[in-house]
Design a protein around this ligand. Structure first.
Ligand code: DAT
Ligand code: MG
Length: 150
């Protein structure tokens, strides 16, 4: 089965606040499959590439300043509808608009400290996976597959 992949990243505030385990747990419990993960401290240029679509925004420089304050936890999760469902699990960009039960709805308050990133389209997910995991991801078969998919 060729599963859809999405790039999920815990930002420096999520790492500092000890939320890696909670966020990983939600994706695992949902039934998605972890195919790559690493703690990583990329350069400013790397973040500027990741967020290149937002280059003209007023908040762009301060957002990049925040992203380079410490390591981020980078992950690729695979599963049916992983991109769309992953975004739903994260919540809205602004935590104030995020429902309780979503990650941003439960764990953060300010838009500029919204603890996590998730790809917004399948095309962007594949671009982001290539940027963050040039070494590739891991192919493995989960023993739960038959209990998650019909
Ligand atoms: P998302 O992270 O939900 O995909 P986005 O791609 O529009 O949202 O923006 C990327 C990040 O930039 C977002 O997670 C937080 C920051 N950001 C977006 N809009 C902002 C704003 N109006 N003020 C401050 N930071 C903002
Ligand atoms: Mg985005």
């Amino acid at each position: 089965m060729d599963l859809e992949r999405t790039y999920i990243m815990i930002k420096p505030d999520g790492v500092q606040r000890g939320l890696i385990g909670d966020i990983v747990k939600r994706f695992e419990q949902k039934g998605f499959k972890l195919v790559a993960a690493k703690l990583y401290s990329p350069s400013r240029a790397h973040f500027e590439k990741h967020y290149e679509d937002l280059k003209g925004k007023k908040f762009f420089p301060s957002m990049i300043d925040y992203m380079i304050t410490g390591p981020v936890f980078c992950m690729v999760w695979a599963g049916k509808g992983a991109v769309k469902t992953g975004r739903k699990m994260l919540g809205e960009t602004n935590p104030a608009d995020s429902l309780p039960g979503s990650i941003r709805g439960d764990f953060c308050i300010d838009i500029g400290r919204n603890i996590c990133h998730g790809s917004d389209t399948v095309e962007n997910a594949e671009k982001e996976i290539a940027l963050w995991f040039p070494e590739g991801t891991n192919a493995w078969t989960s023993h739960s597959q038959g209990w998650i998919y019909e």
